[in-house]
Design a protein. Structure first.
Length: 734
């Protein structure tokens, strides 16, 4: 402690150099992050994707969906000519293997653009190229037609491309909104512009240092783009949170007596210890996410863990050194208004001490009421708003939904692999494929199927016609490479079926179709000798949901166990860790209930730009919220218990120590909570649904945690438990 204060100028110089390097590294992190993500554990969907990628022609890859809107139906006349010209223009592009019109209902036409590349990075780079080509083609029309037609390019990869763009824009927009908002709160809380500026500096440096470290990891391991949002959100929130605690305690020590150096040393011995313990408990929650098999959840765990580590390091080194240099220029903590607020907190602490039973009952009723909607939680793909809003890919999906073509964007992929010596175009294989296709097609939730026995155009062919068609396989490949290549592997052993779902089918129901397809493939019958794998976006989510459900008990056990050990060791108590875990679980449950109420059920979701009920919540969201909230909720528990323990050790008076600790920490807990709510609340308006739910859930949990939990339930339980709170370690003086 003395070393940091004594060598404050070298500490500041060291951080200046590290910050310059971190800023340079943070500027490059977005180019290293992964947009796709997915499970790190082999799943049926990932094995299907691997077969389709490795066994099919390398010069035929993914498909973009082109949606063209015009002033009149595309069946004939000028609209028909515009559509044909646009499709012909795209077909001549060097990266396009085939263009096929799939629907032209009314004034909207839909076409599938098959690319010649399958490498994810190359496909991602082709999204703006394809969009530019479509705009050029329409831009060449005469002036009356030029503004009458609109072409939108959507699909899996265009959605991912727009996700990357939106994520970057949302982070930058959030940072600009948060600076004045958090600055104003800090100014009121600390009473000095200089003191208010220091937490903002720490928060900013925590973000850039964490992003630079995340970028370093991303150069060797897959890291999701979600890490940028979470690193920014957590780095700023805990950086400001910890700095506020340090700066407030430093001002208290300055008011008491002594020089700035002595005040900084005492601050490190008290508030610094609290920050270290708090940071450790938050880190425990994020570290638990490494037990999950998903790139996205692990990346969020990485971003949060690194951000908390950087924030703690800055709060315990850079900030005390700066405070020792600035001294009384930081300014007094409290004026008349501050003393008035302290009187309010003193009165509140005495009220809870007089009526702990009533406080426990009232707070419990509030938490129970907010937790009640959690009983209706549905895990799965949301019915709507699962893509970034305000993007071309999202607008294309909305347009497709209006004309009944949204199912073409993310079909269910089925890979049927025949054993050595058999081809997918043999009569027996075609017969088995037709039986499987017909079983799926009979399901009213299936709109269309594309396969070797379901070729587009020409109506429904018989199996004999298909057998004759595939007799000259080499000639057919030469004539219609773009048609056959996506459906038949190079060696002829693997057939691919694309199952297009009806637009009336919700994503949650689509997951049931995946399960049905897997069930049909497993039944004894003509496909028994083939290896059938069901993949695609919906199937990936089915597998992810199962993986996360299996990992959740391990995540919960790690968080509960590690938190109990840390708090038990620090406070030398058995009851305090158990009480903290119970209250944190209550806080997390209530926040879950609010997420279900607002987003799944749609009550108030329009306020956050998400109109309508989602009907389900992404499988990753409960795991992420649990791990993140449990750690962050410990912040205020440690803040409160730290002050109570300081008051209890010299006296052994539990009730007096609880009241004094509550009164002393309530102000800083409230100010810190306002800052965190501001930070997380801004991200609740994100256009990326997962980040939006995280931001809202975190803001709601912090609000509940800093009010009902820490100001009502926690002190009430401490009063009721009496000296048993501190058994067996801290006895105090009788």
């Amino acid at each position: 402690m003395w070393a940091i204060v004594r060598w404050r100028w070298p500490v500041l110089a060291l951080w200046a150099g590290l910050s310059a390097a971190a800023i340079a590294g943070a500027s490059r992190v977005r180019h290293r992050l992964d947009v796709r993500g997915g499970s790190l554990r082999p799943t049926e969907a990932s094995r299907a994707a691997a077969i389709l990628e490795s066994r099919f022609p390398r010069d035929v890859g993914e498909m973009f969906v082109l949606v063209l809107s015009g002033p009149a139906p595309f069946g004939a006349g000028r609209p028909r000519q515009v559509l044909d010209d646009l499709l012909a223009t795209l077909a001549r592009e060097p990266y396009v293997a085939d263009v096929a019109e799939v629907a032209a209902p009314g004034r909207t036409a839909v076409a599938l653009v098959t690319l010649k590349v399958s490498d994810p990075d190359s496909v991602l780079a082709l999204v703006p190229v394809a969009r530019a080509a479509a705009r050029r083609a329409l831009g060449a029309l005469p002036p009356p037609d030029r503004d009458a037609y609109e072409a939108l390019v959507t699909g899996d990869t265009p959605l991912e491309r727009d996700m990357l763009t939106v994520t970057t824009e949302d982070v930058e927009r959030s940072e600009w909104r948060l600076v004045p908002l958090t600055g104003a709160i800090l100014l009121v809380a600390l009473g000095s512009p200089v003191a208010a500026a220091l937490p903002l500096v720490v928060g900013f440096l925590a973000i850039v240092a964490a992003l630079a470290l995340v970028g370093t990891v991303a150069s060797a391991l897959p890291v999701s783009i979600y890490a940028v949002n979470v690193t920014t959100m957590i780095g700023l929130a805990v950086g400001i949170d910890y700095s506020l605690l340090i700066a407030t305690r430093f001002s208290e020590e300055l008011e008491r007596d002594g020089s700035a150096s002595e005040a900084a040393v005492r601050t490190l011995g008290t508030a610094g210890r609290t920050v270290a313990v708090s940071g450790l408990t938050v880190a425990v929650g994020f570290a638990a996410l490494f037990a999950t098999p998903l790139v996205e959840t692990r990346s969020i765990g990485l971003g949060g863990l690194v951000a908390v580590t950087c924030a703690v390091a800055l709060a315990l080194t850079l900030l005390p050194a700066a405070l020792a240099v600035l001294g009384r220029r930081v300014g007094a903590r409290r004026g008349t208004a501050g003393r008035g607020a302290q009187a309010v907190w003193d009165g509140w602490a005495r009220l809870v001490a007089r009526h702990p039973g009533h406080a426990l009952l009232g707070g419990g009723v509030v938490i129970a009421a907010l937790t009640a909607p959690l009983a209706g939680l549905r895990i799965g793909l949301p019915a709507r708003h699962w893509w970034p809003s305000g993007t071309e890919a999202g607008a294309g999906l909305e347009r497709l939904a209006l004309v009944g073509g949204a199912g073409y964007v993310q079909p269910i992929h089925v890979a049927v692999e025949w054993p050595a010596g058999r081809r997918a175009v043999d009569p027996g294989a075609l017969r088995a494929l037709r039986a499987f296709s017909d079983s799926l097609r009979a399901d009213p939730r299936v709109r269309d199927i594309r396969s070797l026995v379901d070729l587009p155009g020409g109506g429904r062919r018989s199996l004999l016609e298909y057998a004759l068609l595939y007799e000259d396989l080499a000639g057919l490949r030469a004539r219609r490479a773009g048609l056959l290549a996506p459906l038949l592997s190079v060696d002829g052993q693997v057939a691919r079926l694309d199952v297009v779902l009806a637009d009336s089918v919700s994503p949650l129901t689509a997951m049931d179709v995946v399960r049905k397809a897997r069930g049909l493939a497993a039944q004894p019958g003509s496909l028994s000798s083939a290896h059938v794998l069901v993949g695609g976006y919906v199937a990936e989510n089915v597998d992810v949901q199962a993986d996360l459900a299996g990992a959740f008990p391990l995540v919960a056990a790690w968080i509960f166990g590690a938190t109990a050990v840390v708090l038990g060791f620090v406070f030398r108590s058995v009851l305090i860790p158990l009480k903290a875990i119970l209250l944190n679980a209550a806080s997390v449950s209530a926040a879950f209930g609010l997420v279900v109420l607002v987003f799944q059920k749609g009550h108030g979701s329009a306020l956050f730009g998400s109109p309508g009920a989602s009907e389900a919540v992404f499988a990753a969201v409960p795991v992420l919220l649990f791990a993140t909230l449990f750690g962050l909720s410990m912040d205020y528990e440690v803040f409160l218990l730290g002050r109570i323990a300081e008051a209890y050790r010299p006296t052994g008076e539990n009730d007096a120590a609880t009241s004094d600790g509550l009164a002393a920490s309530a102000g800083v807990i409230t100010s810190a909570a306002l800052l965190m709510i501001a930070v997380f609340g801004v991200f609740a308006f994100s256009r990326v649904p997962v980040i939006q739910l995280l931001g809202f859930g975190l803001a709601a949990a912090v609000l509940l945690d800093a009010t009902v939990i820490r100001l009502v339930l926690a002190p009430a339980l401490l009063h009721l438990a009496g000296r048993w709170n501190w058994w067996p370690g801290v006895r105090g003086r009788r």
